[in-house]
Design a protein around this ligand. Structure first.
Ligand SMILES: NC(=O)c1ccc[n+]([C@@H]2O[C@H](COP(=O)([O-])OP(=O)(O)OC[C@H]3O[C@@H](n4cnc5c(N)ncnc54)[C@H](O)[C@@H]3O)[C@@H](O)[C@H]2O)c1
Length: 268
């Protein structure tokens, strides 16, 4: 129960009550955890997804916990379609207060074995998709302000083997975060990035299954031990940071990269 209801006086901490939020890629993994955490804190959540079945599962979980959510089929690489979905949502909800740019895809390869098609595909989803949602979302926030969280990665600022295209795409997400934070200071639009380390989601399971068939357990252990704290993160741990960054308690925070990485960047 929120604190304000318990005491009748104290305002709930990290409340997202009366806020309308859009979360992209919330049919799975980190996005699903973010959508559920936002709804739990009182936000109305609209999910943009390619995978409508996954999105429907997330929305059903939110509704059965007493929250409010809706799903929208949307490929974030399509600028016109994305803008139209944002228009429709804002017309229905009356405002857009929070935007979480989470949809993304993985790719393994170095500069020599990354094909032009692979590079274009990764950049199209991870970078252009965020640009499309920022363009659509910021337009609806200029009058009353808002909070944006871009899900970047530790590889936005560090190197790991064989992530040429992926790192490039996530470096750009961090650069876009700084740019939007700077350009919309006066409109009270805060824009921050979360830099997750390895988080255990279907994204990671899929990556292991595809690239290390027959060696899944060994690879899972190796990837867990890569984090100085000895394990992968949980989607809920990323979601909690996103809740904080969109809450009024984070009102003095903009243009910041937030590692959620078990010590990967700074505690080696
Ligand atoms: N899992 C990790 O270890 C990790 C680490 C750092 C950053 N990230 C980032 O976190 C985000 C979420 O990752 P996850 O592990 O939850 O992945 P996931 O694969 O479990 O979920 C990603 C979701 O995005 C959706 N999506 C993909 N392309 C889309 C498009 N064009 N339009 C709309 N939706 C689309 C997918 O359908 C999927 O439901 C990604 O941006 C990823 O790069 C993940």
């Amino acid at each position: 129960m929120p604190r304000e209801e318990v005491t009748g006086k104290v305002t709930a901490v990290f409340s997202l009550k009366n806020k309308n939020a859009i979360v992209t890629g919330a049919g799975s993994g980190i996005g699903r955890a973010i959508a559920e955490a936002f709804a739990q804190q009182g936000a109305v959540v609209d999910i943009l997804e390619l995978n409508l079945d996954g999105a429907a599962e997330t929305a059903a979980a939110i509704e059965s916990a007493g929250g409010t959510a809706a799903t929208h089929e949307c490929d974030v690489t399509d600028q016109a379609a994305t803008a139209a979905v944002f228009e429709k949502i804002v017309a229905e909800r009356g405002s857009l207060d929070c935007l979480i740019n989470n949809a993304g895809i993985a790719h393994v390869g170095n500069v020599l074995n990354t094909s032009e098609d692979d590079f274009d595909r990764v950049m199209n989803v991870n970078t252009k998709g965020v640009y499309n949602c920022l363009k659509a979302g910021v337009a609806h926030m200029t009058e009353r302000g808002g909070a944006i969280v871009n899900i970047a990665s530790t590889v936005s600022v560090m190197a790991i083997n064989d992530r040429f295209a992926y790192s490039t795409s996530k470096g750009a997400v961090l650069a876009m975060t700084y740019s939007v934070a700077k350009d919309y200071l006066e409109q009270n639009i805060r824009c921050n990035a979360i830099l997750p380390g390895r988080i255990h989601t279907p994204f990671v399971d899929g990556f292991i299954a595809k690239n290390y068939p027959g060696r899944e357990e060994e690879k899972f252990r190796e990837l867990s031990e890569y984090q100085p704290c000895g394990r992968m993160g949980k989607p809920e741990e990323v979601a909690a940071t996103a809740v904080f960054l969109c809450s009024d308690e984070a009102s003095f925070i903009t243009g910041c990269p937030y590692p959620v990485d078990g010590g990967t960047l700074y505690v080696r």
